[in-house]
Design a protein around this ligand. Structure first.
Ligand SMILES: [Zn+2]
Length: 137
Protein backbone atom coordinates (compact mmCIF):
# COMPACT_ATOMS: atom_id res chain seq x y z
CA UNK A 1 0.00 0.00 0.00
CA UNK A 2 1.78 3.10 -1.21
CA UNK A 3 1.03 6.31 0.58
CA UNK A 4 1.00 9.49 -1.44
CA UNK A 5 4.02 11.65 -0.79
CA UNK A 6 5.89 9.04 1.27
CA UNK A 7 9.55 8.94 0.24
CA UNK A 8 10.00 5.34 1.37
CA UNK A 9 6.89 4.18 -0.53
CA UNK A 10 8.41 5.86 -3.60
CA UNK A 11 11.63 3.96 -2.98
CA UNK A 12 9.59 0.74 -2.79
CA UNK A 13 7.88 1.51 -6.10
CA UNK A 14 11.26 2.49 -7.63
CA UNK A 15 10.05 6.03 -8.32
CA UNK A 16 13.04 7.11 -6.25
CA UNK A 17 16.28 5.17 -6.68
CA UNK A 18 18.03 3.59 -3.72
CA UNK A 19 20.96 1.30 -3.07
CA UNK A 20 19.00 -1.82 -2.22
CA UNK A 21 20.74 -4.34 -0.01
CA UNK A 22 17.93 -6.74 0.88
CA UNK A 23 14.47 -7.73 -0.22
CA UNK A 24 12.69 -10.67 1.32
CA UNK A 25 8.93 -11.12 1.51
CA UNK A 26 7.50 -7.85 2.73
CA UNK A 27 10.76 -6.48 4.06
CA UNK A 28 13.02 -4.16 2.12
CA UNK A 29 16.36 -2.63 3.09
CA UNK A 30 18.49 0.04 1.46
CA UNK A 31 21.39 2.31 2.31
CA UNK A 32 20.68 5.54 4.18
CA UNK A 33 21.68 8.36 1.82
CA UNK A 34 23.11 10.32 4.74
CA UNK A 35 24.86 7.53 6.62
CA UNK A 36 26.23 7.91 10.13
CA UNK A 37 28.92 5.47 9.01
CA UNK A 38 29.32 3.66 5.69
CA UNK A 39 26.98 0.68 5.52
CA UNK A 40 24.23 2.43 7.52
CA UNK A 41 21.12 0.56 6.34
CA UNK A 42 17.42 1.27 6.71
CA UNK A 43 14.87 -1.54 7.01
CA UNK A 44 11.25 -0.95 6.12
CA UNK A 45 8.12 -3.03 5.78
CA UNK A 46 6.31 -2.86 2.45
CA UNK A 47 3.11 -1.97 4.26
CA UNK A 48 3.13 1.71 5.07
CA UNK A 49 2.90 2.26 8.82
CA UNK A 50 3.99 5.51 10.42
CA UNK A 51 5.86 4.28 13.45
CA UNK A 52 6.05 1.53 16.06
CA UNK A 53 2.72 2.59 17.51
CA UNK A 54 0.68 1.66 14.43
CA UNK A 55 2.84 -1.18 13.08
CA UNK A 56 1.29 -4.62 13.65
CA UNK A 57 3.38 -7.03 15.70
CA UNK A 58 3.74 -9.44 12.77
CA UNK A 59 5.28 -6.72 10.61
CA UNK A 60 7.62 -5.66 13.43
CA UNK A 61 8.77 -9.25 13.83
CA UNK A 62 9.61 -9.48 10.14
CA UNK A 63 11.57 -6.23 10.35
CA UNK A 64 13.51 -7.36 13.42
CA UNK A 65 14.39 -10.76 11.96
CA UNK A 66 15.69 -8.92 8.88
CA UNK A 67 17.66 -6.63 11.22
CA UNK A 68 19.48 -9.68 12.56
CA UNK A 69 20.44 -10.94 9.10
CA UNK A 70 21.41 -7.49 7.89
CA UNK A 71 23.41 -6.76 11.06
CA UNK A 72 25.50 -9.85 10.47
CA UNK A 73 26.10 -8.87 6.83
CA UNK A 74 26.86 -5.21 7.59
CA UNK A 75 29.24 -6.16 10.39
CA UNK A 76 31.15 -8.50 8.10
CA UNK A 77 31.08 -6.25 5.03
CA UNK A 78 32.14 -3.08 6.82
CA UNK A 79 34.44 -4.90 9.28
CA UNK A 80 32.53 -3.12 12.02
CA UNK A 81 33.37 -3.47 15.69
CA UNK A 82 29.71 -3.18 16.68
CA UNK A 83 26.21 -2.47 15.41
CA UNK A 84 23.54 -0.10 16.68
CA UNK A 85 19.92 -0.87 15.86
CA UNK A 86 17.65 2.09 16.29
CA UNK A 87 14.12 3.22 15.60
CA UNK A 88 13.03 6.82 15.87
CA UNK A 89 9.33 7.18 16.58
CA UNK A 90 7.66 10.60 16.22
CA UNK A 91 9.49 13.82 15.34
CA UNK A 92 10.39 14.46 18.99
CA UNK A 93 12.52 11.31 18.79
CA UNK A 94 14.17 12.36 15.54
CA UNK A 95 11.88 10.58 13.06
CA UNK A 96 12.25 12.40 9.73
CA UNK A 97 10.38 10.05 7.37
CA UNK A 98 6.97 8.99 8.58
CA UNK A 99 7.24 5.40 7.33
CA UNK A 100 8.37 3.15 10.16
CA UNK A 101 12.00 2.07 9.76
CA UNK A 102 14.85 0.47 11.63
CA UNK A 103 18.40 1.78 11.39
CA UNK A 104 21.28 -0.70 11.27
CA UNK A 105 24.39 1.35 11.98
CA UNK A 106 27.88 -0.08 11.86
CA UNK A 107 30.07 1.21 14.67
CA UNK A 108 33.81 1.38 15.07
CA UNK A 109 35.96 1.67 18.18
CA UNK A 110 37.13 5.13 17.19
CA UNK A 111 34.28 6.50 15.07
CA UNK A 112 33.95 9.54 17.30
CA UNK A 113 30.26 9.00 18.09
CA UNK A 114 29.25 9.37 21.69
CA UNK A 115 27.02 7.19 23.78
CA UNK A 116 23.68 8.77 24.75
CA UNK A 117 24.17 10.98 27.77
CA UNK A 118 22.51 9.37 30.78
CA UNK A 119 20.91 11.49 33.49
CA UNK A 120 20.95 10.75 37.20
CA UNK A 121 17.68 9.98 38.96
CA UNK A 122 17.20 8.57 42.44
CA UNK A 123 16.14 4.97 43.07
CA UNK A 124 12.80 6.36 44.29
CA UNK A 125 12.24 8.20 41.03
CA UNK A 126 13.10 5.07 39.03
CA UNK A 127 10.63 3.08 41.13
CA UNK A 128 7.87 5.62 40.42
CA UNK A 129 8.62 5.48 36.68
CA UNK A 130 8.59 1.67 36.66
CA UNK A 131 5.20 1.67 38.40
CA UNK A 132 3.77 4.20 35.94
CA UNK A 133 4.93 2.13 32.96
CA UNK A 134 3.73 -1.17 34.42
CA UNK A 135 0.26 0.32 34.88
CA UNK A 136 0.09 0.95 31.11
CA UNK A 137 1.10 -2.59 30.15
ZN1 LIG B 1 5.40 4.84 3.09
Amino acid sequence: VNVEGCIFCKILSKDIPSETVYEHGNVFAFLDNRPINRGHTLIIHKHHHEDIFDTPEEDLKEMMVAAKHISIAVRMAMKADGINIGMNNKPAAGQAVMHAHLHVIPRFEKDGLKHWPGKNYSPEELKIDAELIKKEL
